[in-house]
Each structure stands twice: as structure tokens, then as C-alpha cells.
Design a protein around this ligand. Sequence first.
Ligand code: ADP
Ligand code: MG
Ligand code: MG
Length: 890
Amino acid sequence: MAKWVYSFGDGKAEGNAGMKDLLGGKGANLAEMSNLGLPVPPGFSITTEVCSYFYERGNSYPTDLKPAIDSALTTIGARANATLGDPNRPLLVSVRSGARVSMPGMMDTVLNLGLNAQTTEGLAKLTEPRFAYDSYRRFIQMYSAVVLGLEHSFFEEILDTEKELKGAELDTDLGADDLRNIASLFKDCVREKLGRPFPEDVHEQLWGAIGAVFGSWQSPRAKTYRRLHDIPEEWGTAVTVQTMVFGNRGATSATGVAFTRDPATGEKLLYGEFLINAQGEDVVAGIRTPQPISKVVRERQSGKRPSLEEAMPQTFTELQAICAKLEVHYRDMQDLEFTVQEGKLFMLQTRSGKRTAEAAVKIAVDMEREGLIDKKVAVGRIEPAALDQLLHPTLDPDAEKELIAMGLAASPGAATGEIAFTADEAEKVAAERRDVILVRTETSPEDIHGMHAARGILTARGGMTSHAAVVARGMGRPCVSGAGMIKIDAKNGVMTAGKHTLKRGDVITIDGATGSVYNGRVGLRQPELTGDFGVLMAWADAIRRLKVRTNADTPDDASTARKFGAEGIGLCRTEHMFFDNDRIVAVRQMILADAESDRKAALAKLLPMQRQDFEGIFRAMEGLPVTIRLLDPPLHEFLPQDDEEIAAVARAAGGDPAKLRARAIALHEANPMLGHRGVRLGITYPEIYEMQARAILEAALNVEKAGGKPVQLEIMVPLVAWKAELDRMKERIDAVAAQIRKERGRIPDYLLGTMIELPRAALQAGEIAKTAQFFSFGTNDLTQTTIGISRDDAGMFLMDYLNKGVLTRDPFVTIDTEGVGELVRIAAERGRRSRPGLKLGICGEHGGDPDSIRFCHDSGLDYVSCSPFRVPVARLAAAQAALASVKNID
Ligand code: ADP
Ligand code: MG
Ligand code: MG
């Protein structure tokens, strides 16, 4: 026979903390605290198996559940010396929901269950009337809202009217008679709204509440939450029924919540709030302003009313001792709920406390030092994605701020600077070494240079997957997107935000972590990469096997990434070098040339510029590996757009504008994604790749000659589908190398490899690896080409898919293991079979995603490469992949 009910209380329990699956997080931890001998009001938990039974059998219960509950009620009644429904010694209970992990959408707790007209009179005699009627009216309101589905506002209106009638300002100003009257008005309200009376039968009340908890497991909110967080339907919820203790029994009673350390900073002190003479959720409900628990905190906030430490020193000491005991026991920071009834402390809940990234890092490092956890556990404790919060400047919390608009928190970090309305403007201001915020209605690929030059980006339109948001996150620029109330008139250089009108050059501050836009300059705090953060990252580095590189196109990005711990460049794209203002004309001249000789003449102009770019990057990387991708995008991306631009090219090349225009039209790509691009360009115009190969090799020689460490060169050919394509390019590049050796007496070592970004390439990896010395998985394009959705077009459509539950993960964020991931595994396996030791890495945006990093680790890749600001995230995720650590939830 199954055991459906587990009791706890009086220093013992049938369950323990290891039984979260069965008892829910709350029930299991209440049992654990009882076992530890902590003061926990006695109660019992009804298991999650009853929940499953309930749903499998059309909302009915196992026949032996009722006797089990009756017997558990008898046990706790004996401990509390009271009986449910007995007017002389009424037992009151709370009914609490509890899944394995805490889950919004579940039923709210019902307090004071067991009160009816008679038991309330009994309670009034036993205690005092005001308390009894206050409890009763609270119960009616809560039960009606939570179990019977009536709106809270009905009851609040009644309460407000009565308070007004009595001239009472606070609930506490109401007397016993007022409260009795209010309870009866509440009951009238229930009868009127529901057409039936409020249940007087205490067992009906109890079963009603239990059914409501189980019912809430299938509420739309709970279902949505489960879908978004990958929580299986089968888990179910437990129900905990617990003897009431009362924080609303006068000046020596109180209720509160506490963290064993400060959840914002991690500082080791008792952090939390409490209210004297209050019950349950009053603390968080905002009806009265709660007081801090610790004296230091009160002093820091210059609070007038006493802390718990001052108001109830003995209780505080007791709570402190319990907190210390719980921390040692659970080896983690705890978030707990307590109540003081007439000077006696009771524990009502404990669980691992949520914390900011800053606090998480400090707590993990401190606890290792305190000997509570080891380094592996410490590293496993930090949510890699949360590190994002730590790697960007934040607003000075003490600074005065004037909020002028709100948008989406599109890319974290705070930035302050002068407004620029175009990318060129932004670049100009930045060139004068002034901070600039690029403000656009929305951004497009032509704005990249301005986004790069800007400290932060603000757009009036666009969501979390808009161009601005995606690019800003990749660059590590703070971004607020879709600030709809901002109207931009770029032509005249003004914007309005509500009543504010701001001009080009005026200063604003944005906070990409909250989506706020402020007027003027707000002080910033720079991220702290040393201290505890540095310690933790060093522990992570000692654990991980995967190397972490960065995607960087400029020396600036390269040095930022190195500060964050990058061990090389996994993807250096060369096309941005072509977009530069002073180069684009030569690039266009090259593209539009009819004859090879004209093209070579234009390329000769570009060679020294490219060489210089590479020198800068190689110097920044000081001998670390650098993967350079040869030109990838379709040429039409570089084409002149208008007559003026065509005229400029005609002047430089000495050609005929009309002919140039015709050629520009001819070069237009119908399908930029899959058209004439990548290695296909290299095959048609080998002189482009030859120029790039020369620039790379000469740059490496120059850096070495100037005393720099020899760079580990990896030349990467994009978009290969056939081995023959790579063979041809290898022939050309090797020939350039041979030529340089003739000219300069030597050439630097280099590897030649390819990006695997087409399904055909992945399947042909065995063949391709005969030529390629390394593979880098370009998972952005591989995702597009595998699942047949283009990233740019997919934004809205993917959102819809995610909302409808067709997809549980965004495949452009986390590697789709069944499609793209399968191809990666196949390519890795086939590639290494024909070339053992083939170097394998990933350079798509997935390289910075913790789940994808786990996949890369498991698939035997050598490194991941991600944007500079993601490097620490990747280092930590790689360590956790190595630990395969189970994250510590609830
Ligand atoms: P949640 O999951 O929303 O935190 P809880 O079940 O923890 O809900 O209940 C909320 C609050 O109700 C608790 O913090 C506590 O203050 C109060 N509470 C719950 N059970 C009892 C009880 N048996 N005695 C006194 N207060 C209780
Ligand atoms: Mg709680
Ligand atoms: Mg590509």
C-alpha cells in the first residue's frame, strides 16, 4: 500500500530534504528542519504521487488517502493540543503548495483554515477577540480568493469602506467588533457572488483547499511556466498542511523573511525584513513597510524603526544561530521564512536563496574559504549566463537619475554619452574621443561602424531579436531597444521622449540591464574582473578541458577579449575591414573591375591596409592562435548604392559610371545567403584570396620581425561544400606562401582549414579533412542551412514557435542537438577518422551559450569561440561541462 502522507514536527519527521520529488521542496525542507530539531510547527505533506493519481483518475483521490489524512491530523492535533473544528480547542492550519522547484502559478497559501462562526468564538475566548476576528476575516478573504476564485478587490473594497467609516488609517486601528462585522460582510459577499454560503464545515474547507492546490498544477500560468522552464508535467505538486503559528498576536509577535547572506552583494550578514504583529504575506504585500532584521542594515538605510536585532534581541540571536546551523547543513545560502508568536520563534520555510551574480560569486568564494564547499562545488554554483551582469559597467546606485523613457533590456550594461543620430555621426564623435550613444529608430547592417564606435545603442523600434539587440549583444554594447515613446527626427537632429526634447550632442544615459533611459550623465561603476571574480575564474580554468577563444575583427576587440581570458581568436572576419570609409572605394573598384588586371590594381591598394589590420590583431594576441576567415559575404554587399557613390568609384578607377552601374546591377545577388559567396568567390576571383593570404603572411612576418611572438596562424576558407574547392584554394595560398618565401627568405607556419557551415560539408568531412587541417563549425549558418530558416527572417516566426511550444529552445541560441548537433558530431567523427588530431572548434554565436558549450565539450571539440564579453561565461560553462555538475536549484 502506498504511503500518501508524511508527517513532521516535534524534532522528527518521516521525510527529509532528499525527498523533494515526493514531498515538494517546501515539504522536504520542513521535514529536514524538524529532523534538525529546529522549531517547526507540526504538519504533514501529501505527496506528489497523490497529485499524479488525481489527474490520472479524473480528479479523484486514492480511497486510503482520507484515513491517512485523518490520522495525520490527529497526530498534529495531539502535538498542538487542538482539534480541527473543535470550538473549545480549535486547530488552525495553513495549506501550502510545493512542487520540486518553486513555481509561480501554483496556488497561494491559505492561512487560518479551520475557522468558522463557532471556532472563531472559541478562539476569541482562548486568546483575545480582536485577534480571533482578524484571523477569521483574513481566512475568509484568502480562501475565497484562492480556493473559490473570488477577486481580492471585492474584499478590499469592503475593508476600505469600513476603515473609512471608523476613521481607521491602518488595519491595526480596527477593533474586535469592527473585524467581526467585516468578517460577516465578507461572508455576505461570498454568498452574493457565488450563490452559496462560505463553507462552515472545516473538513470541507480542508478538502477544498487541497483540491485547489492540485488543481492549480494545471492552471494556465503553471502550464506556461513549466513549458518555458522545461519542467515535466509528471512531477506534480505536493500539499503541505501545517499547524498555524501567529505573528499577529500583538507586540511580541512578528513575521518575516531572511537571507543568511545579503542576496544582492553576498555580504555575510543576516539580511531580511520583518513586521511586528503581522501575518504571512504582510511583509511582501507592501501594506506596511517592513523593518530590517539586522541593526547594521537599519543604520545603513538610516531607518527610524528598530531592527529585529534591536526590537527582539533574544529572538534575533536565536534566528542567527538557526541560520548558521542551516548554512552549515545545506552548505548554501538560505532564504527562510519565520514567525514569532509571543516571543517564540518558529521556522516556516528554508531553501537555497536566489542571488545576484555578484552575490553568487562572493558567496561561492567565501564558502570555499570557510570550508563549507570545495572549489568544484563553488564553480558549479554560478549560473554562467548570470555573469553577463558582472562584465559591464553598471549605474552608480547612489547617483541621482531622471528617467525619461523605458524600452527593452536588450543588452546588459550601462552607458552614457552624447546623442548621435547616424552611424557616421557616432563614428565622428568617437574619433574625437568623446563618448557617444547611437540613437536610431532601428539599426541595419550599414550602422555597424556607428554601433561599434558608440558606447551604447538606443532604438525606438524593435524587440529582443532586432538587429540592434542581436548585434549589440554580440559586441557587448549596452542596448535599449524598442523605446516606443521616443520620437526621432534624425534629419533635424532632435528626439523627444515625453516632455523632453533632446538635441544631437546632448548627453543621455542608458541601462541595458533594465531598459531605462535617463537624461544627462549618470555615474557608472566599472566591472571588477579581479577579486572574487578572478579567483573563481581561475578555479574554473583549472577544471575545464575546452579552450575558449573569441570572435574578434579588430585589435580593440582582441585586447578586450584577452582581458576576459580569451586564449586565441576563433574567428576573425575580414569583411569589416573592407567596409571602412577610406577603403570602400578601392573595394568597389576591385569588385566592379571588368578585367583581372584592373582588379589586381585595386587589390594592390587594399593589400597594405589589410596587412596593417592583421598586424594590429597579431600584436594584440601575442603568439596565441588566430583563425582568419577569408572574404565571405556576397560582393553585392559592398556595391555602391547611389549615383554619388558610383561617381566616386568611377573617379578612382577612371571608368565610365554607366558601365559601372550596369555591372553593379549584374552583380546583385538574388539569394545573399546561398548565392555566389564564400569559397565560390575565391574560385571565381582567386586574386582576392591571394591578396588576403599575402596580407596575412606578411603581417605575421612583420610582427615577428618587430620582436613579437610568432602568431599561430590558421587560414580559414568559408562555405566549402566540396573538397575540390578547398584543394584549389590551398594550391593558390600555398603558391602565395612560396612566393613570399622567395621574397623574404622564409614564411610563417600556418594551418589551412575550413568552416563547416553546410550540411554537405559536414557529411563530406572525411574527404574535406584530407586537405583541411582544422574545422571550425560555423553554427549560425549551419543552423540556417540545416533547418531551412534564415536567422534574420526567423525572429518573429521563432518567437511564435517558442510561444506555441513547437520549439522549446531557440536553435539560434542553443545548438539544435538533433539536427545541427548531429551534423557536428558526424563531421567531428569523420574528420578525425581521416585526420587524427584534426583541430575542432566552433565559432557561431552558440560558442557563448552554456548549453551549447556543454554539447561541444561532450562532442570532443577542442575549443569554443565567442564574442569578447561572453568569454568568461564560456570559461565557466566549459568548467561546468567538465564537472557535468547538476545546478543547484531550490
Ligand atoms: P509561498 O510559497 O508563496 O512562499 P508559503 O506556503 O511559504 O507560500 O506561505 C506564505 C507565508 O504564509 C509564509 O511565509 C508564512 O509567513 C505564512 N505561513 C504559511 N504557513 C504558516 C503557518 N503554519 N503558520 C504561520 N504562518 C504561515
Ligand atoms: Mg514561502
Ligand atoms: Mg557563413
